[in-house]
Write a protein that binds this ligand. Structure first.
Ligand code: COA
Ligand code: AMP
Length: 629
């Protein structure tokens, strides 16, 4: 089918469309209906169906004769290790680990936090939770103790599964001290932890609380898949909102299975025999959906790559992986390609490898700038397809689906709305804007299967964060335009979320950390343009009266407190000390104006500004640290 017919078949009868798509999944009990509106606006899907995620990712392929096929290729240039796991092996390891969790008391509905690097054991842990109906919550390894502690307190896990360390190009990152610290800070305490000891750095275990990964499983009995309801949560994934308290996005089991399975053939144009590679991290939604779940649901081979696009060892690493493993589809963030392009502008490393198995490159996670798209298309000679989605939706909202006759791509636009998403651009008054006009991007409710039904333990926050501004719509937090042919372009965020190297960060959360410093009276953090990472945060701080310590010392402390509390992933390296922040007469900090000054964009001085000279101070202090670039 082509895109237009598919989209209109969904629009004319969503129930029929999603019941049809559900047939691609193996259910213990097929659902009697797709949409359940009984708890509106907390819509659920396939709520009376009975199903298991792990069964669909692993067991059914073994039962279907694919046991000897490679399910996971682990390729780790940072350790020099390459390993494969067949579906048979994945089943054996997952069922055994699930058995051990069960023996330790983990049951359906219990939360389990997973804080692990990009190793196969992270996938085994996720699938083992799914097997038991336990709800996993993976925390990205680049987050530090405080972020982990906040998630422990919110998710209240009975267990935490961790790796002893991560390996970054800069060296070994010990995870265990971060974990111990987080447990010390959190009010809720897990009953036990399981630690996968990596040979690069073994971690000391806390007696009575921590178990070694191998010891933990000794003598455990393999555990079968537990049927759960379609509406039962599979996982919680925390993402940045406008405050320091991240939002716990709930992923429902049935909708997640159906929507992801649907995307593999229809969106990515992937067949069962293909090798699929999402170069992301299991800690992000892209990793959940397209390193782990969707390729396994579809019986593909998925690549788990523990490395970076450059420096591990060079900008040819992506091309080596494609050649060596026969990758057909690559999915990554534009920043990865910006990094490669910067290191190897002529694409000389590409010429050293045979990338002929590659049929398409998909980009998401941040705005794909036209230069990067053109460079990638020219060098790789494959379609480069931008697509837009969020942690909240779990799968693409907008794109040019390769599997639906590839509608033509417009560079600069993320593409066309996918089935399930009726996308509108709304003005501040909530009225739909005409084509070409910039406004807030909203999606008509109900959201499709797989998208969040609510936030973990926070129904009211779900309503206030997403549903209150535009009644009847889900507010995406992004601003953009739709052109006369229906193509959607994503231009900016409407809140204080910024995107650093494809990672979603809250400037509000960074501000909360800075204001905890005893010498800092107030602060503002903005996300300035960055050639490589898209945006990076910089902080403006005002000191308390009477502070007479060296400014450099305070600035270093401010930077390291963000690194220690939020994590290195925030890429927070620049702090500027100012006497006062520009504000409106009612006291609102003019972050938008500060950003325009930093980015060198034109701006009009807000009529409500309290003290116009405060802008001069911002300009001068930015110049000292090299902005605008
Ligand atoms: N565990 C521990 N630390 C981590 C980490 C992890 N899983 N991931 C990143 N970090 C650290 C890095 O080591 C770095 O620390 P440093 O300040 O000591 O150098 C810091 O967090 C920032 O990391 P990163 O954003 O990766 O920047 P970088 O300068 O190391 O690399 C790129 C730049 C562009 C190569 C890199 O950002 C990249 O590969 N991006 C791809 C984006 C991506 O996969 N996005 C996911 C969404 S699709
Ligand atoms: P996350 O929830 O971490 O996946 O981040 C989602 C956010 O990243 C979106 O709300 C957008 O702001 C941004 N984003 C993701 N994909 C794109 C894209 N293709 N174009 C522009 N912005 C994007």
């Amino acid at each position: 089918m082509n895109y237009e017919d598919t989209y209109s078949s969904w629009k004319s009868d969503p129930e029929h469309f999603w019941m049809g798509a559900a047939k691609a999944i193996d259910w213990f009990k097929f659902p009697s209906h797709a949409l359940d509106e009984s708890r509106k606006p907390f819509y659920t899907w396939y709520s009376d169906g009975e199903v298991n995620t792990c069964f669909n990712a692993v067991d059914r392929h073994v039962e279907g004769g694919l046991g000897k096929k490679v399910a996971i290729i682990y390729d780790s240039p940072v350790t020099g290790i390459k390993r494969t796991l067949t579906f048979d092996e994945l089943l054996e390891k997952t069922a055994k680990f699930a058995g051990a969790l069960k023996r330790s008391g983990i049951q359906k509905g219990d939360r389990v936090i997973i804080y692990m690097p990009m190793i196969p054991e992270a996938i085994i842990a996720m699938l083992a939770c799914a097997r038991l109906g336990a709800i996993h919550s993976v925390v990205f390894g680049g987050f530090a103790s405080k972020e982990l502690a906040v998630r422990i307190d919110d998710a209240q896990p009975r267990a935490i599964i961790s790796g002893s360390c991560g390996i970054e190009p800069s060296g070994i990152v010990p995870y265990k001290p971060l974990l111990d610290n987080a447990i010390e800070q959190s009010v809720h305490k897990p009953e036990f932890c399981v630690v996968y000891q990596r040979e690069q750095l073994e971690a000391p275990l806390v007696f009575g609380r921590d178990h070694d990964w191998d010891e933990f499983q000794k003598g455990s009995v393999s555990c079968p898949c537990l049927p759960v309801y379609g509406s039962d949560p599979l996982y919680i994934l925390y993402t940045s909102g406008t405050t320091g308290q991240p939002k716990g996005v709930v992923r429902p089991t049935g909708g997640h299975l159906v929507s992801l399975m649907w995307t593999m053939e229809n969106f990515y144009g992937v067949q069962q025999e293909d090798v699929f590679w999402a170069a992301s991290d299991v800690g992000w939604v892209v990793g959940h959906s397209y390193i782990v779940y969707a390729p396994l649901f579809a019986g593909n081979t998925t690549v788990l790559f523990e490395g970076k696009p450059i420096g591990t060892p060079d900008p040819g690493t992506f091309w080596r992986v494609i050649e060596e493993h026969g990758v057909k589809t690559l999915f990554t963030a534009p920043t990865a390609f910006r990094a490669i392009k910067r290191s190897d502008p002529d694409g000389n490393y590409i010429k050293k490898f045979d990338t002929s198995t590659l049929k398409a490159l998909f980009l998401a996670g941040e705005r794909a700038d036209p230069d990067t798209i053109k460079w990638a298309a020219q060098k790789l000679k494959v379609p480069v397809i931008d697509h837009w989605w969020q942690t909240e939706t779990g799968f693409p909202m907008v794109g040019c689906p390769l599997g639906l006759d590839s509608p033509s791509i417009k560079i600069g636009s993320a593409g066309l709305p996918m089935p399930g998403f009726q996308i509108k651009v709304l003005g501040n008054d909530g009225k739909e804007l005409e084509p070409g006009k910039l406004g807030s991007i909203a999606v008509k409710m109900p959201l499709p299967p797989g998208a969040l039904p609510t936030l973990w333990n926070a129904d009211e926050r779900f309503k206030s964060a997403y549903l209150s501004r535009f009644p009847g719509y889900y507010e995406t937090g992004d601003a953009g335009v739709i052109d006369s042919e229906g193509y959607v372009s994503i231009m900016a965020r409407t809140d204080d979320v910024i995107n650093t190297a494809g990672h979603r960060l809250s400037t509000g959360a960074i501000e909360e950390v800075l204001t905890e410093h005893p010498d800092i009276a107030e602060c503002a953090v903005i996300g300035v343009k960055d050639e490589l990472k898209g945006q990076i945060p910089i902080g403006f701080i005002c000191l308390n009266a009477g502070v007479n310590r060296k400014l450099e010392e305070i600035m270093i402390e401010a930077v390291s407190s963000v690194r220690e509390k939020i994590g290195p992933v925030a890429s927070f390296k620049t702090v500027v000390v100012v006497d006062r922040l520009p504000k409106t007469r009612s006291g609102k900090i003019l972050r938008g104006t500060m950003l325009k000054i930093a980015d060198g964009d034109d701006f009009t001085i807000p009529a409500t500004i309290d003290d116009i000279t405060s802008l001069d101070e911002i300009r001068e202090s930015l110049e000292k640290v090299g902005y605008p670039k």
